[in-house]
Design a binder for this molecule. Sequence first.
Ligand SMILES: Cc1cc2nc3c(=O)[nH]c(=O)nc-3n(C[C@H](O)[C@H](O)[C@H](O)COP(=O)(O)OP(=O)(O)OC[C@H]3O[C@@H](n4cnc5c(N)ncnc54)[C@H](O)[C@@H]3O)c2cc1C
Length: 422
Amino acid sequence: MEAYSLNRSVPLLAEADIVVIGGGPAGIAASIAAARCGKKVIVAEHSGQLGGMGTLANVSVFMPVGNVTGIYREIVEETLPESLPDSHDTSIAPQYNPFLLRHYFNEKLEKENVKVLFHTTFISAVKERDRVTAVIVHTREGLFALKAAVFIDGSGDGAVAIDAGADYTTGREEDGLTQPMTLMFMMQNTGKPVQRSLPEGCYTYSSVEELPQGRHLYWERNSDGTMLVNMTRVKGNGSKVEEVSFAEKESLRQALSVADYLQRNGFETYTLSHIPGQIGVRETNQIVGRYTLTEQDIVEGRRFADVVAQTNYEIDIHSPDGKRGTDERRVDGYDIPYRCMIPAKVEGLLVAGRSISATHVAMSSMRVQATCFALGQAAGIAASLSIDTHCPLPEVSMTELHRELGKQGVRLLKEDEPVASK
Ligand SMILES: Cc1cc2nc3c(=O)[nH]c(=O)nc-3n(C[C@H](O)[C@H](O)[C@H](O)COP(=O)(O)OP(=O)(O)OC[C@H]3O[C@@H](n4cnc5c(N)ncnc54)[C@H](O)[C@@H]3O)c2cc1C
């Protein structure tokens, strides 16, 4: 490939104790947790909103994890109080309004004194030896540097870690294929028959088998007549420029076509009411960390001394090879260790959220939002402890980390307490 070298000096825009890249579930919780430890925190977010896939891609449901705790519990309490379970070890799967959640996150981070820079995209990591000391970001005013003592990669793609030289894997071990992407959209019951329109280039689906996922998957909310639809599917890796560019166009064709299909099959009074500005990306890269979570760990329900998150969300693999099936397998509950967030070869950086060190199958279970909030919260505290105690991230005391998690409202179930059944 022809290459160009870019050698220019970039002004320092700001300095913080901790810079978080990505304002999705992991980045949000990381920034709140670190700010609560008294740290100055900046979040650099590529888009114009907080919430990651949960709002940007209209995901709009918190899948059940069996341990509703910490910042995730607080979010449910403050935005969906009717769904808040009495105890932590209960499973809930509430649907939420992504527009209201987006506003809530803006307000929440402001109250927590976290500075958010929107339309600010991580470009490159600056290192001294193996340590990340600054990141170069692209903003509406051009390129700048952000400096910090510790960085947290919440980009979902492991973008910072990979640029900094961390090893990573992508998709299935045998062929590198990732879970497909989905454009989730909403329909609204108007109470009267609606005019259908199927633009040129779209498809006329005539049976369930012909639909992109070969199934119906939607959530109707009777209280306000909205319906959330998860029925498109495009094969590809969302971190590859050509594949995501194709997927954006193909998923829109599918969304318009599925809406038309539903309007012909029982939803004659529903109009298309919201299509988000970008496709949902389930899986891209996993860093190689100090520990890699495996299928065996989650099937056997392994517990770890350095546990930072717990979940019993199922193995949930939308077919990566373009087929219509979904591999769904029950899981009884397991721990995720802190070491999955520490890239093996890079210092001064933690990776939180869906791109932690995990195999393709393990990732399919740990990827849901509540788990990403839990990982982010632990990363924010660990980063803060490493600054306070002047110790490298891998050496952060687990006793201190667990104590601070407890102070921040996290209840980790003990080894003899099963993670709640669904
Ligand atoms: C179609 C679909 C359906 C799903 N359904 C559910 C569900 O029902 N329930 C559930 O709980 N979970 C669901 N998930 C999974 C869940 O939404 C994600 O796994 C979760 O949001 C991951 O959180 P994260 O913080 O790791 O990353 P993300 O949510 O991906 O957030 C990453 C953030 O980083 C930003 N970013 C990326 N690159 C850069 C960069 N270079 N510089 C700056 N910012 C950057 C992005 O804009 C984004 O805001 C679904 C996912 C998809 C795609």
